[in-house]
Design a protein around this ligand. Structure first.
Ligand code: HEC
Length: 127
């Protein structure tokens, strides 16, 4: 594990404050364990974690949405997540609730999308 990985994996994200300590620990431990197995992808996942703060309000800090009409992202296919985010950004994906994602996606670069997709794809799926 490179020093960069170690720093990213142990940094407390801004949104971790109100979470129960056990949940925050899960995120940090999960990233640390992941970093041991796949350093390159862990860099993306760690960056994705940092960039996911704004997403957490609607999709939950671990990709499990607290709002029943919003989708879970945890464990979804990485390429599907990238595809969805690109289509929201371009305005091609529309629908009743897609306007929220259009606004959010305007701020995302291609690199942001790749990192966020890796981050959410690597989170454990809901049972
Ligand atoms: C204001 C609430 C809100 C925020 C903030 C938000 N989302 Fe969403 N997101 C939604 C809603 C609602 C949908 C469902 C939209 C639809 O019907 O197409 C959605 C859909 C998605 C989808 C498609 C899921 C699927 O199963 O097709 C992805 C991927 C996604 N969001 C990623 C993100 C990411 C990454 C961020 C942060 C950069 C983010 N969202 C921020 C509300 C939000």
């Amino acid at each position: 594990m490179s020093p960069t990985n170690r720093t990213a994996a142990t940094r407390t994200p801004d949104w971790a404050g109100p979470l129960p300590a056990s949940l925050s620990a899960c995120v940090v431990l999960g990233l640390a364990a992941f970093g041991l197995a796949a350093p390159a992808a862990a860099d993306d996942a760690a960056s994705g974690l940092a960039k996911s703060a704004i997403c957490a309000s609607c999709h939950g800090p671990l990709g499990l949405s607290p709002v029943p009409t919003y989708p879970n992202l945890a464990g979804q296919n990485r390429l599907y997540l990238e595809y969805a985010l690109r289509l929201y950004r371009s305005g091609e994906r529309r629908g009743d609730q897609a306007g929220m994602m259009y606004t959010v996606a305007q701020a995302l670069s291609d690199a942001d999308i790749a990192e966020l997709a890796t981050y959410y794809a690597d989170l454990p799926r809901p049972d």
